[in-house]
Structure formats: structure tokens, C-alpha cells
Design a protein around this ligand. Structure first.
Ligand SMILES: Cc1cc2nc3c(=O)[nH]c(=O)nc-3n(C[C@H](O)[C@H](O)[C@H](O)COP(=O)(O)OP(=O)(O)OC[C@H]3O[C@@H](n4cnc5c(N)ncnc54)[C@H](O)[C@@H]3O)c2cc1C
Length: 394
């Protein structure tokens, strides 16, 4: 790989940078974004996605026929860098963009692509992912939600849990059991479920941070048209795995780490350790440099995954390396900041005494989610061992 930017890539960067300078996110201040109410945060992300979409800046990696720009690896990289540089807010439909759209492009019928894909980038339809159940997380294939054949429809009964954004979603990618007698990986089907259907109940779960961004979802005699079956009936596991590969290949995590390292670097300039600025302390400097090196290594690993995808291959198990290393690095960075802050680390978000607006306390409360959501670290280690390193099962 040639790491220099070509003149065309520099032109692309300039075009995006100029656009971002002229079109900042409305009502958005990165310094206070995490203090404001969850609803306000959602509205900012929603408006931001609409604004980006209006100018063709959402899902740039998607093919042009689906509203993307067919962006090259380097353009995607530049995009992430520029978004991180301005500390841009997230988007309102992240699962739609990174999971649902790419999965439908790969597995969907022409009718499904035409019906569902265009409304994802525009945020006209928001999506959630109905995989996990109270007894089925890591061992997803053991799930019990049933979809029974009823003429033109399936009738769905069961419960999902930890369903992020279900309280805002219009549609759900749902994995349900259509053949209870088949071996557990073989009797599943992948359905697109209208969250406004009769029989769907969403109950938000409140997190330690006070937010409630994920939910329990109950399905009681919910009718789902057979036209919304993705892939073949009873072959839903293959489709579900494709979605998970896109989830784990999500390269964006690295770009969350970079702004966080910037924030950490700013923070150590203001703090004192052993009577001197923390930024002058050799141990602190060494640790911050080590974080920088790890982030760079993750970035280069991510380029390998993107190369695979641009060759038209669905992402492979290598994405688990980024997921594992990125999420664990995130936790170590936050814990390091908490140690440096000492007693001030206990100041909650928005408290007057809280350094950096209590940002680090909030991140510490939320950091564990990354090693659980999308597959736990233990499961990622199993995948890397078995499917990347080809070690025998222990
Ligand atoms: C913030 C957040 C958002 C989420 N969003 C969604 C969502 O939108 N949609 C969705 O469907 N799910 C979502 N999830 C659920 C997530 O996918 C599951 O929590 C995850 O897969 C783990 O499943 P579990 O919680 O049932 O834990 P379990 O699978 O019960 O695991 C418990 C512990 O046992 C370990 N373990 C289990 N099996 C093995 C094994 N074979 N080898 C070694 N260790 C093992 C695990 O690593 C873990 O430490 C979300 C979770 C979080 C935290």
C-alpha cells in the first residue's frame, strides 16, 4: 500500500474540509455534547445526518447506485480523519448505514434493495438489530424467538434484549427460528420487521450513565410479510454472520480513539503530577506515546480489512482483531485518565468541579460496553484463535 496521498485524494480532502467548514453541525458543541439531554443529542445527530446526506456525505463507501460515492479506501480514510478532526457528532442511523445497507446489498432481493436501501442514508427510516435474547448472546444460534409460517406472512413471537436504538427505530433486522427441529444454526431466518407493527413493544433499559439507548423488545403475534425474508428460509445464520462481520470490521472505532487521545493530551497539560505538569512527567509521556503507537497499529490493520472489502469480499474474521484491540485500548485510555485525575475523576458530568466537564467519568461509565456489544472480548479471542490463526479448538 502506498501511504502518500495522491493529488486527487488531496482534492477530495480539500472538498470535504471546505464543506465541513461551511456546514458545521447545528446546535452542536463537542465540549458540552455529552452533558445535554439524550433527546437533544439524538436530534443533533438526526439533523447532522440529514445535512450530510443533502450534500452526499453519508455512506460514502456505498456504491453510487445506492446513494454513496463508491469511495476508495483512501477516501474513506480521509473522510474519517476529517470527521474526527472537527469532532463531528455521530449519525442517527449508524446500524442502518454500517450493517443493514451493506447486508441487503449483498443478500437482498432487487425488491428489498429498492424498497429499503434508499431510506437508510437519508435517515427516513431508522434501523435496529434484533439478535440478542435474554438467554442467547454469545451463543446467538441458541435463540428462541419463533417465526411461524402463516400463508403470506411469518408470525413472530419472542423477546429480544439490549436492542440499541429500538425506541427510535422504524425497522429491525431480526433473527428468528423458523425450524425448531433443525440443528440450531440451520433453522434460523433473517427478517426485516416493521417496528410499528401491532404486537411490538419496546421497553428502554436505563444504563449506569442515566441514558437509555438500548431496550427490551417484545414480539407478540407480529405479522411479517414473507417478502421481508432476507436470503433463504432457514439459512438466516449465513446472513446474520455477514452482518456481524460488517459490525466487527467497523473501522470507525479507531477514529474515536484519536480524538480521545487529543483530549487526553490536552488534559495532561492542565494537570499536575508530583508537583509538575503531567505532560512533563516521563511516565505519563511514555504512556501517552504508547497509546499513540497502538492507535497507529490499529489503523494499519484496518487498512487491510478495507482492502478486502473494496475487492468485493464481505469482511472476514480479521475484523475481530480491530474490535478486540480497539475496545480494550479504549478502556485502558479511560482508566489511565481516571488515575491521573485522582479524586476529580469522581465528579459526574457537568459538575462544576469536574475537569473537562466530567467527560472522563462519563466515558469510564460507558467504556465497558465496547468489549461486550457486537461480541465480547472472549468471543473475539476465540475467533482470532480459531479463524485467523487457525489454532485448534481448546
Ligand atoms: C451497549 C450494548 C449495545 C448492544 N446492542 C445490541 C443490539 O443492538 N442488538 C443486539 O442484538 N444485541 C446488542 N447487544 C448485546 C450484545 O451483543 C451481547 O451483550 C453480547 O453478544 C454478549 O452476550 P450476553 O450479554 O448474553 O453475554 P453471555 O453470552 O451470556 O456471556 C457472559 C460472559 O461469558 C463469556 N462467554 C460466553 N461464551 C463464551 C465462550 N464460548 N468462550 C469464552 N467466554 C465466553 C462472555 O465473554 C461474557 O464474559 C448490546 C450490548 C451492549 C453492551
Amino acid at each position: 500500500m502506498d501511504f502518500d496521498y495522491s493529488p486527487q485524494e488531496e482534492t477530495f480532502r480539500q472538498e470535504l474540509r471546505s464543506w465541513l467548514e461551511a456546514n458545521p453541525a447545528d446546535n452542536y458543541d463537542p465540549a458540552t455534547f455529552e452533558i445535554i439531554d439524550q433527546e437533544e443529542r439524538f436530534q443533533i445527530k438526526f439533523d447532522w445526518q440529514k445535512k450530510l446526506h443533502g450534500a452526499g456525505w453519508v455512506g460514502i463507501h456505498w456504491p453510487q447506485e445506492y446513494g454513496g460515492r463508491g469511495a476508495t479506501i483512501m477516501e474513506q480514510t480521509i473522510y474519517q480523519q476529517e470527521m474526527a478532526r472537527v469532532h463531528a457528532p455521530g449519525l442517527a442511523n449508524p446500524l442502518g448505514i454500517s450493517l443493514v445497507g451493506p447486508t441487503l446489498m449483498h443478500w437482498g432481493t432487487e425488491e428489498q434493495k429498492e424498497r429499503f436501501v434508499p431510506k437508510i442514508l437519508s435517515a427516513d427510516e431508522l434501523w435496529c438489530q434484533g439478535y440478542s435474547e435474554p438467554g442467547s448472546g454469545s451463543d446467538l444460534a441458541s435463540l428462541q424467538t419463533r417465526a411461524v409460517d402463516a400463508g403470506d406472512d411469518f408470525v413472530v413471537n419472542g423477546q429480544k434484549v439490549w436492542t440499541s436504538f429500538a425506541h427510535k427505530a422504524d425497522y429491525c433486522i431480526l433473527v428468528a427460528r423458523t425450524d425448531p427441529d433443525a440443528p440450531k444454526h440451520k433453522g434460523l431466518s433473517y427478517l426485516l420487521v416493521d417496528m410499528h407493527s401491532p404486537g411490538v413493544t419496546v421497553r428502554p433499559l436505563v444504563q449506569i450513565s442515566g441514558d437509555a439507548e438500548f431496550n427490551e423488545v417484545f414480539f407478540e403475534d407480529v405479522r411479517v410479510p414473507k417478502a421481508n425474508l432476507v436470503g433463504e428460509r432457514n439459512n438466516g445464520w449465513q446472513v446474520a454472520i455477514t452482518t456481524l462481520m460488517f459490525e466487527r470490521a467497523n473501522f470507525g472505532m479507531v477514529y474515536n480513539l484519536e480524538p480521545m487521545l487529543d483530549r487526553l493530551k490536552a488534559c495532561i497539560k492542565d494537570l499536575e503530577v508530583n508537583g509538575q505538569p503531567a505532560a512533563d512527567d516521563p511516565d505519563v509521556r511514555q504512556q501517552v506515546a504508547a497509546f499513540h503507537v497502538e492507535i497507529q497499529a490499529l489503523k494499519f490493520n484496518g487498512y487491510r480489512q478495507l482492502t478486502q472489502q473494496l475487492r468485493g469480499n464481505p469482511p472476514g474474521p480479521e475484523g475481530s482483531i480491530s474490535k478486540l484491540a480497539g475496545s480494550e485500548l479504549y478502556i485502558r485510555m479511560v482508566h489511565f485518565a481516571m488515575e491521573l485525575l485522582g479524586p476529580y475523576s469522581q465528579c459526574a458530568l457537568g459538575e462544576d468541579q469536574g475537569i473537562d466537564n466530567g467527560f472522563w467519568a462519563r466515558r469510564a461509565l460507558g467504556s465497558r460496553l465496547y468489549t461486550i456489544a457486537g461480541g465480547t472480548s472472549e468471543i473475539m479471542r476465540n475467533i482470532v484463535g480459531e479463524r485467523v490463526l487457525r489454532l485448534s479448538k481448546g
